[in-house]
Unconditional design. Structure first.
Length: 44
């Protein structure tokens, strides 16, 4: 998984774009919006 990849977060049950990785935590944003982010603890 790389910054810019579109992924499906199974825990959140939503699609997102990887915007950053901080200390092993992935920061995601919604596919069709530029605001509002959430984090995922692992690439799975």
């Amino acid at each position: 998984m790389w910054v810019g990849d579109q992924v499906h977060d199974a825990n959140a049950d939503r699609e997102g774009i990887v915007t950053d990785v901080k200390g092993g935590t992935y920061v995601l944003r919604p596919v069709y919006m530029w605001s509002g982010t959430w984090t995922a603890p692992s690439p799975q």
